[in-house]
Every structure is written in structure tokens, then in C-alpha cells.
Design a protein around this ligand. Structure first.
Ligand code: NI
Length: 229
């Protein structure tokens, strides 16, 4: 399942992020890549352990965990500290087809997670650059994603994906991973759909409608069956 979430950061937040990031030191993006992805990765990153990356990352996690849609879609157990990258047209930046590492460890906190979902939060407006589409392959084919600044996309970390070459301007984004309480993507998708259906029924029939109460019970019992906490 591929889920987009609008307005995780406001336009004012994005502008502030960009001011801070533009004044920071960047490094070669291959510093955090695995062996295969290092061969196809050409971009820049904020140093992952830097104070700037940590502070901005905290703000992203706070904003995301206040989003009911994010919580319903991801059912997060642990969120990896967000990283930040930049693809510049004048450097021919791109990121070829790869799959993200299955396990991610954070040097500073000792946190180690299984990557169930990958997240890209866009920090450049689509009209400010050409190319730079995130292309995600799944069983239904290839999906091109390019969202307004402040929006994010969640996709299964099992998917092969790439970022097409940026041919004008620059594409700035945050990217990170999370371990979900529901490991299986299909199970997580069903829970997300069930939640949405229950919310619609509650809006129409009220919270104390007997069938809605039963479905709410099924929702929680499915989570009880599948969740790892
Ligand atoms: Ni990736």
C-alpha cells in the first residue's frame, strides 16, 4: 500500500527547514548506503548525526505522530531518526533502482529497527525542479510520486524504488523508515481500510450503533492478533 499524507509540515515550517538546511554542511549521500545502493546513489545528505538533522528530524516525528492518518496507516512501533537529502541538477544527482536495507541501526541512540515502511517527506515544491520523481515498483506496476512541499508518502520498504535524475533546480527531502506493529503490509492495509470504514460508519450512525461497536471490536481484535509491541 502506498499512502500520501498532506500537510505534515506547513509551508512556513518548510521555509524555516530550508533556511536552516541551506546554511548547513552537506556530505556525500553514500555515507548511509548499503553495498548495493552505494553503487547507484548520487546525492548529498545532511550528516545523520548532526544537531541540525536531529532537531529537524524531531520536528518531523512530532508532526507525523500528531496525524491520525499517519498513525492509522503506519501503526508505528519505532521511527528511525529522519535523514535529509538533496539532488542537484548541476551535479547530475539521481538514485538508481535499489531496495532499502532490512535493518537500520542508529549510532547515537542505539535504536535498531526492521524497516517495514519507507517515508519520503518532500521539502521542495514540484515546480522548483524537473525530474526527481520517486518511482516505486509494486505488484501493480510502477508509481511515480512527486508531492507538494510538506507532504509525505509511505510505501513498503520491500519495494524496489529509484529517484529519477534531477534536470533543473534541486530536490530536497527528508527520508526515513519505521518499524510497524503490524509487520505484514497486506494485514496493515486491511486494518487501515477497516479503520476508514468504521470512521465513516461512526460519522453516519454514531459511536453507539451496535454493528459499529461490533466492527470496532473486530478492529481491535485484529490488532491484538497481529501486533508486535
Ligand atoms: Ni531507498
Amino acid at each position: 500500500m502506498l499512502t500520501c499524507i498532506d500537510g505534515v509540515l506547513s509551508k512556513d515550517d518548510v521555509a524555516e527547514f530550508r533556511r536552516i538546511m541551506d546554511a548547513s554542511e552537506w556530505e556525500d549521500g553514500r555515507s548511509t548506503a548499503g553495498a548495493q545502493s552505494a553503487m547507484v546513489k548520487r546525492n548529498e545528505q545532511l550528516p545523520p548525526d548532526s544537531e541540525v538533522a536531529r532537531k529537524l528530524g524531531h520536528r518531523i516525528i512530532s508532526a507525523l505522530t500528531a496525524s491520525p492518518r499517519f498513525l492509522a496507516a503506519a501503526i508505528p512501533l519505532q521511527i528511525f531518526p529522519p535523514l535529509f537529502n538533496r539532488y542537484a541538477a548541476d551535479s547530475g544527482h539521481h538514485f538508481g533502482l535499489h531496495v532499502d536495507n532490512a535493518i537500520r541501526g542508529d549510532r547515537l541512540t542505539g535504536l535498531r529497527i526492521r524497516t517495514d515502511l519507507s517515508v519520503t517527506l518532500f521539502l521542495s515544491e514540484p515546480e522548483d525542479y524537473d525530474g526527481g520523481e520517486l518511482v516505486i515498483e509494486d505488484t501493480y506496476g510502477s508509481h511515480e510520486v512527486k508531492l507538494p512541499a510538506g507532504d509525505c508518502v509511505l510505501y513498503p520498504s520491500t519495494s524496489l524504488h529509484l529517484v529519477t535524475p534531477v534536470t533543473r533546480g534541486s530536490r530536497v527531502a527528508s527520508f526515513f523508515w519505521l518499524q510497524s506493529m503490524i509487520r505484514d503490509d497486506q494485514a496493515r492495509s486491511m486494518i487501515f481500510d477497516l479503520d476508514a470504514a468504521i470512521q465513516a460508519l461512526v460519522a453516519r450512525l454514531g459511536r453507539d450503533d451496535p454493528e459499529t461497536v461490533k466492527l470496532t471490536g473486530i478492529y481491535h481484535n485484529l490488532i491484538r492478533t497481529w501486533a508486535e509491541v
